[in-house]
Design a protein around this ligand. Structure first.
Ligand code: TRP
Length: 463
C-alpha cells in the first residue's frame, strides 16, 4: 500500500481529545493494576519494588508514552505501517520497522494470558453474586480459588467467553461503545476501590500493609531481578512499548496537546494501582495470609473483605463486573496494532481479522490455562511455567526493549521540525530538555536495568 501521511487515519478518529484520554486510560487501567501490581509487589518484597516502579513510571514511562503517542499521530497508521511511513519519509534504516513487528508479537503474547486471568474475574462475578463469600474464612477463600484453578475446563470456559467478548467489541471498531463503557465504569471502579480501602484501614492490618508497600529495606535494591520486574511492570501498566499507544495516537486530532494528557493518564493509572495495593495488603496481614502467594492474591483477599461487608455480595459482584470491564478496555488495545495492520495491508474486514487473531490467541492461551493445573509442574526454563515464561519475556524484555527503541527513534530519528510541531515547542530550550529526558535519560535507565541483569551472564562467559 502507498504510505502517505494523511492528517486523518482511515480507521477513524477520536471525536475529541477527551475520548483519547478515556481510551488511553481504559487501556492503561486494567487487571495489571488490580491483579498484577499487588501480587508482583508481594512476590518481590514490597518496598523497594514499589519505589522502583513509581520512579520508572515518572522518568521512563511518561517520556516514552509521549514518544509513542507522538509517533502514532505523525504516522497515522497501524504501528507497523506508521514506522514504515516514518522510515520512508526520513530515509531511515528499515530495521526500525521491527518495533512494529515486535509489538504485534508482544501484544499477542500478553493477550493470550490476559484473557485467562480476566476470565477468573468473570467467574468471580458469578461466585460473588451467588453469595459464596459471605462471612467466608481466609482458608475457605483460598480453597475456593484453588479448586477453581484445578479445573482446566472451567478456566477454559471463562477464557473463551472473555475472548469472544473482546473479539465482538473490536470487530465493531475502536471508538464505538468504548466511550460509554469507560466514562461510567472507570470512576465507579475507583470509588469501589476507595470503599475497599476504607475497609482495609479498619481491618487491623493497615499499618503493616502500608509499611510493606512503602518501607524500604535498602538491601532489596541490590537485586537486579527486582529492578527488571519493577521496570517491566511500569511498562505493562501504562500499556507501553508494544504500539498500543501508537495505534491510539494515530486517531488523535491534530490540535490536541499530548504532554498533559499523558501525565493525566499515568497519574490515574498509578492511583488505581496504589489504591489496589493499599486495599489488598492490609487484608493479607490482618488475616495472616502470605503476601507472596502469587497470582491468586486479589482473588483470595478481596472476596474475603467483601464477605464481611453489609451487602457484600452486591458490592463484590459490582466490583468484579468493573474489573472485567477494565480488562476488556485493556484487551481491546492489545489487539488494535495487529488488527489495524491487517486491515490496512490486506484490505480485510475488521470482523474477520478479529476472529482469526482471537482464535490464534485463544489457542496460545491454553498454555496459560494448563500452567495452573495439568502443566503446573512443567517448566519451560528455570522453573517457569508456560504462563510465567510468556509473562516474563513479554513484560520484562519485549516491552522495555520496544519502549527504548520507540524513544530513541522519536527523539533522534524524526526531523527536528516534526518534533517541534508534534510537541508544540517553540523554544530550543524546551526541545533540548525534552531530548535529554526522552532521548537520553529514559533510554539509559532501560539499558542500565538490562545490563545489570546481563552482567553475571557476561561474567560467566568471560571466566
Ligand atoms: N495496561 C494494561 C493493564 O494494566 C494491560 C495492557 C493493555 C497492556 N494494553 C497493553 C500492556 C499494551 C502492555 C502493552 O492491565
Amino acid at each position: 500500500m502507498a504510505l502517505a501521511s494523511p492528517s486523518e487515519s482511515r480507521h477513524g478518529m477520536w471525536s475529541s481529545r477527551w475520548l483519547f484520554i478515556l481510551a488511553a486510560a481504559g487501556s492503561a487501567v486494567g487487571i495489571g493494576n488490580i491483579w498484577k501490581f499487588p501480587y508482583v509487589a508481594g512476590e518481590n518484597g514490597g518496598g523497594a519494588f514499589v519505589i522502583i516502579y513509581l520512579v520508572c513510571v515518572a522518568i521512563v514511562g511518561i517520556p516514552i508514552m509521549v514518544s509513542e503517542v507522538m509517533l502514532g499521530r505523525e504516522g497515522r497508521h497501524s504501528p507497523i505501517n506508521t514506522m514504515r511511513s516514518l522510515v520512508e519519509r526520513g530515509k531511515r534504516n528499515p530495521m526500525w520497522v521491527l518495533i512494529g513487528w515486535m509489538g504485534v508479537l508482544a501484544g499477542f503474547l500478553i493477550l493470550s494470558y490476559y484473557a485467562v486471568i480476566a476470565g477468573w474475574a468473570m467467574n468471580y462475578v458469578v461466585l460473588t453474586a451467588a453469595g459464596t463469600f459471605e462471612n467466608i474464612s481466609a482458608q475457605n477463600a483460598g480453597m475456593t480459588f484453588n479448586d477453581f484453578l484445578a479445573s482446566p475446563w472451567q478456566l477454559m470456559g471463562w477464557q473463551t467467553l472473555f475472548m469472544a467478548l473482546t473479539i465482538w467489541i473490536v470487530g465493531k471498531g475502536v471508538s464505538q461503545g468504548l466511550e460509554n463503557a469507560i466514562r461510567w465504569f472507570m470512576p465507579l471502579l475507583f470509588i469501589l476501590l476507595l470503599v475497599l480501602l476504607g475497609y482495609s484501614v479498619n481491618s487491623g492490618g493497615f499499618q503493616q500493609g502500608f509499611d510493606f508497600m512503602f518501607k524500604v529495606d535498602a538491601g532489596a535494591f541490590t537485586d537486579p531481578q527486582i529492578w527488571l520486574i519493577a521496570m517491566g511492570q511500569s511498562f505493562f501498566t501504562l500499556s507501553l512499548g508494544m504500539g498500543a499507544m501508537m495505534a491510539y495516537g494515530a486517531y488523535v486530532p491534530e490540535d490536541a496537546g499530548v504532554g498533559g494528557t499523558v501525565v493525566t493518564i499515568a497519574t490515574l493509572d498509578t492511583l488505581v494501582a496504589v489504591s489496589a495495593g493499599l486495599a489488598i495488603f492490609p487484608i493479607v496481614f490482618a488475616n495472616g495470609l502470605d503476601a507472596a502467594q502469587g497470582p491468586g492474591l486479589m482473588f483470595v483477599t478481596i472476596p474475603l473483605a467483601f464477605g464481611q461487608f453489609p451487602l457484600g455480595a452486591v458490592f463484590g459482584t459490582l466490583f468484579f463486573v468493573l474489573v472485567t470491564f477494565a480488562a476488556l478496555t485493556s484487551a481491546i488495545s492489545l489487539t488494535e496494532p495487529v488488527l489495524a495492520y491487517l486491515v490496512e495491508e490486506y484490505n480485510a474486514k475488521r470482523k474477520r481479522v478479529a476472529i482469526s487473531v482471537g482464535v490464534l490467541c485463544w489457542i496460545l492461551g491454553l498454555g496459560t490455562v494448563f500452567s495452573f493445573n495439568i502443566w503446573a509442574d512443567f517448566s519451560v526454563v528455570g522453573g517457569l511455567t508456560v504462563f510465567d515464561f510468556i509473562d516474563y519475556v513479554s513484560q520484562n524484555i519485549m516491552l522495555p526493549l520496544g519502549g527504548l527503541l520507540i524513544a530513541l527513534f522519536a527523539v533522534w530519528q524524526l526531523p527536528k521540525t516534526v518534533l517541534q510541531k508534534q510537541l508544540g515547542f517553540e523554544s530550543g530550550v524546551k526541545l533540548g530538555l525534552w531530548r535529554l529526558v526522552a532521548g537520553v535519560i529514559a533510554p539509559l535507565c532501560v539499558l542500565a536495568v538490562f545490563l545489570n541483569i546481563l552482567w553475571p551472564v557476561v561474567q560467566g562467559f568471560l571466566q
